[in-house]
Design a protein around this ligand. Sequence first.
Ligand code: ADP
Length: 524
Amino acid sequence: MESAATEPALSDPPRGTARAHLTDAQDQLPIIEQALGQLRESVVVTDAQVDEPGPHIVYVNAAFTRMTGWEMEEAIGRNPRFLQGPKTTRQTLDRLRAQLQKGEAFTGEDINYRKDGSEFYIDWYIEPLRNAQGEIEYFVAVQRDVTDRKTLEVQLLQTQRLEALGLLASGIAHDLNNVFAPILIAPQILREQAPDPRFAELLALVETSARRGVELVKQILVFARGSQDAHGSVQPRHLIEEVAKVAQSTFPKAITITTDAPAETWPVDADATQLYQLLLNLCVNARDAITGTGRIAVLARNLETQASQRLARGELPAGKYVVLHVTDSGSGIAPENLEKLFQPFFTTKAEGQGTGLGLATVAVVLKNARGYLDIETEMGIGTTFSVYLPAAETADRVAPAAPLLPRSLRPRQILLVDDEAAIIGVMRGVLQSAGHNVQTARSGLEAHRLLAGRRFDLALVDLMMPGEELGITARELQAAGLPLIAMSGLADEEVRAQIPGASILLKPFTLTALLAAVEGMDAA
Ligand code: ADP
């Protein structure tokens, strides 16, 4: 092997401490050069010409070429502006120039462009390099490619926007369903009461248009919060692989990520995009809980239970599930925070780091997938979030045929409560034409007044009445012993939670559905 004193080749193994003190600048150069070449950050040195025509590149390291695609020879002598493009922020560049003119360092984030025209995000800083007299001779710019992190941030932001849109859409959908209900029902009555063939075509047109409206409302809901209709059979194993890929490439290298999802993992009935988001949110939280080095494990397991099980939050009914575990070796969750975790905007993270919407989104996705959640956590040890998703049913369910409904064989005394005059009008018409006796009320107060004087077999009640707490009239009538059909534009489970035991008629409903619901009720 060559002597280190004559030829300081870096491939030589270190011998004692002789090499550790290279005080001669000439000796240091090759080391510095190799160190710069080895850096993951791109390093660009320019001269100090801040004013037009601007600075020129005098040095770039190897990472610069890896990051941008430009070779050193192509970059030297050029103004670094050639890396900028349409999405590079004007304000950042103005601030950059102002700070450099004052001889100050600059820090910022921006979009730059590679040789092939593709864009990438950089997190960078520039420092002035001064000579012995204190004059600035060069600037050194150090840039880190943060495209992966930025992409992840944008994805998360998008989910959160969708969440807000979902809330907005369900509000509007409720009102729109109220608008469509009478439009859908009226043609059916008109056809029955005035079977004039001249109008048949017009009535069909009204019906088709109203149905189209209902479909559009549904579509908005599917897009915004993925209602049941966007569901399909999903293989969690693939999702776990996808999420792990993103985590592996964007999370700090000090965090080890392992996955385990056996090939025989059952498929689940869910919306793939939402489930992906759920896993990603849990992994991001796991990452944030870890300081320094740590581990995240994402596992899938099949589980079949014969009896129900207690979970930290509620009870898991017996059945077949796929369980997804996201485990971290992070900080753990303080007991006083456990209750608040799923509240929108609850966060313990520093401002700008947490939105408090991650777990709120998880809750929405779980509800849509009819899943359950469990948390095990210990301060200083770590946390496991377990998500229980019902395994997809393989057998196709056969929809029961809609019964034909002539005049009712069991005419009832019905109390109909709805604040919308148009809905009351058509519903009364339908029910009376089937032979029922109908009394109507436009508010809870009116309903109570009617209840005092008469006997009813059942009540048909709108859940959402203006100026009244959601479902209050329905609950009161139920408490008074009346069998109840609750009408609502809300999703099924939300209504069930409001008034357990009531039969539910989801708006907008058809004439057939309305009469079938009444026929299906036992009288008080
Ligand atoms: P955000 O992440 O934006 O703060 P989240 O709803 O995702 O909002 O989480 C709310 C809070 O729950 C977090 O701020 C954190 O305190 C806590 N949390 C969630 N997951 C974990 C975890 N794996 N380990 C420790 N704390 C967690």
